[in-house]
Ligand binder design. Structure first.
Ligand code: AMP
Length: 216
């Protein structure tokens, strides 16, 4: 069973590339950020706990995140393998994931790190928005709809921006990445599963590089 982690700071392109890769390999895309945003929108008890933490750009506690992944793995949705976007984000989460996988006689296949420099990360995150109807992603500078204010994919005129996609919160999210998430790099390097891809180029070339590693 293939288990692939897309790794990198906020704005590196993990979500976009996780969708492309999951479609290509027929794997389940598991995005903890998307799951949390859904919980916040539907005002579940978990969503109520996570809302302020996410708005500040901090990390949701490990026990909540690990339970979320455990439930997902138990649901059977992941049984053909999965691509993780946004998890693990701490060494404790990585250790818990390894334990859960071990119980199922499997292990992480690849951790693919997307490398993007900080100024570009801030630029990407501060300008991104999506169609409120179908979720198609856009950017103020890099990807505008063909017709101003109309979604290319579904024709909707409703767009939304993530509350945490602003320069101020992005600074805190980057700090959280360097303090709590970057220590995972030596953890996965020691296991021999870490590869890096230049995440600054165009989406198609990056997808090809990721696919080449994931298919090994
Ligand atoms: P993302 O969409 O991956 O950028 O995640 C958005 C926000 O959700 C993060 O800034 C965190 O507040 C929270 N979050 C997502 N995944 C995790 C995780 N694995 N551990 C802790 N917090 C998370």
């Amino acid at each position: 069973m293939k288990i692939i982690i897309l790794f990198g700071p906020p704005g590196a392109g993990k979500g976009t590339q996780a969708s492309v890769l999951a479609d290509k390999l027929g794997l389940y895309k598991l995005s903890t950020g998307d799951m949390l945003r859904e919980a916040v929108a539907s005002e579940t008890p978990l969503g109520k706990k996570a809302k302020d933490i996410m708005a500040k750009g901090e990390l949701v506690p490990d026990n909540i995140m690990v339970n979320m992944i455990r439930e997902c793995m138990q649901s059977g949705a992941c049984r053909n393998g999965f691509v993780l976007d946004g998890f693990p984000r701490t060494v404790a989460q990585a250790e818990a994931l390894d334990e859960m996988l071990k119980e199922n006689n499997c292990a992480v296949s690849h951790v693919i790190r997307l490398e993007v420099d900080d100024p570009m990360l801030v630029e990407r995150v501060a300008g991104r928005y999506s169609c409120a109807s179908c979720g198609e992603g856009y950017h103020d500078s890099f990807k505008k709809p063909k017709e101003d204010g109309v979604c290319d994919a579904c024709g909707s005129t409703d767009f939304s921006r993530r509350k945490d996609d602003n320069r101020e919160t992005m600074t805190r999210r980057l700090e959280a990445y360097y303090e709590q998430t970057a220590p995972l790099l030596p953890y996965y390097k020691a296991k021999g599963v870490l590869s890096s891809v230049d995440g600054m180029g165009n989406i198609v070339e990056i997808s090809q590089a990721i696919n080449e590693i994931a298919s090994r």
